[in-house]
Design a protein around this ligand. Sequence first.
Ligand SMILES: Cc1ncc(C[n+]2csc(CCOP(=O)(O)OP(=O)(O)O)c2C)c(N)n1
Ligand code: SF4
Length: 301
Amino acid sequence: MVAIREMPLKEFVLKGNAACAGCMDTLALRHALKALEGKVIQVVPACCTSVIQSLWPKSGLGVPILNTAFMAAAATASGVRAALKAKGREDVQVMVWAGDGGTFDIGIQALSGAFERRTDFLYVCYNNQVYSNTGTQRSGATPLYAQTTTTWYGKTEPEKMLDLVVAAHEPAYQATANAAYPRDLYEKFKRASEIHGPKFIHVLIPCPQAWNYPVELGVEIGKLAVETGYWILWERIGDKFKLSPQSKRFQDPAKRKPIEEFLKLQGRFSRLFKPKKDEKKIAELQAYVQHRWDVLMRTFT
Ligand SMILES: Cc1ncc(C[n+]2csc(CCOP(=O)(O)OP(=O)(O)O)c2C)c(N)n1
Ligand code: SF4
C-alpha cells in the first residue's frame, strides 16, 4: 500500500478555507485530489463543500470547480465530459463531489441517468449522513436512531443501501472509502482515475458538527466505524469484488468491536445511553451491522 511519503507534496485543499475545525470532508478531499494530481474538473452541488471551496473572491481549492444546482451534479458532469471530448482533452478527470443529501435523495435521478449513458466520470458521495450545510436535517443516509434537527428523538428508519442501487447500473468501478483511512482512499482514487466509464466512490465522513463529538475524535470515530463492522471497505472493478484489507478481518463477527463503542462517542446517539442505556435499540443496531454484511456478501460474492 502507498506510504504517505509517496503521495504528491502539492496541496490542492488550501489553507484558510471555510471548513469547520476537524472537518473530515477536507481530509478526504485532500487525499483524493492528491491521487488525481489536480488533473480534474470538480463539479460541486449545494453542500458543505460548496462553502468550503470558495467564499468569493477567495478560493479554498486549487482545482477548477463548477458549482451546480443541488439535483443536477451528474447531469452537469455529463456536459463537462462532452465539452472536454469536443476539445480533445480526454486526459482530464471529471469528478462530482456531492453530499449524501445531494446523492441519496435529491441527485439520484441525474446520477442514474449519467451512469446509464455510461458517461466517463467519477461520482463521489461524501457521506456525513445528514444535510449538514443547512443545519443537520435527516437524509436517506442518516442511520437508525440518530438524532438530527428533524429527528429529535432519533430516526425511525435505517439508511438506504445506496451502494446496491449504484451497483445495479454496473459501473466500471465502485468502491467505499473512509476519510480516516487516507492511504486506502488515495489508492482507490488512483485506481478510479485509470479506468474509463461511470465510476462511484462512497466515502464515510465523520462530521463533528452533525455527529456531535469533540473535533479531535474524527479519525478515531472513522476507524471505529470500520472496526465495529458498521462501515465496510470494499471495491469492485467491473464485477470483480474485493474486500479491502482493513475490513477483511472484520468479516468474522468475533473480531469486530461492539457497535456500542462507535455509538457512545457521538452525541447524536446520546438518547441510547441517557437517561438509561437502551439495550434493545443498541442490540437492534448491532444486528443491523450483520444484516449489512449479509446483504453485501450475498449481492457481490
Ligand atoms: C433545490 C435546493 N433545495 C435546497 C437547497 C438548500 N441546501 C443547500 S445545501 C443543502 C444541504 C446539503 O446536504 P448534503 O448534500 O448532505 O451535503 P452536506 O451539507 O452535508 O455537505 C441544502 C438543503 C438548495 N440549495 N437547493
Ligand atoms: S458541517 Fe461537518 S462536513 Fe460540513 S464543514 Fe463542518 S465538519 Fe465539515
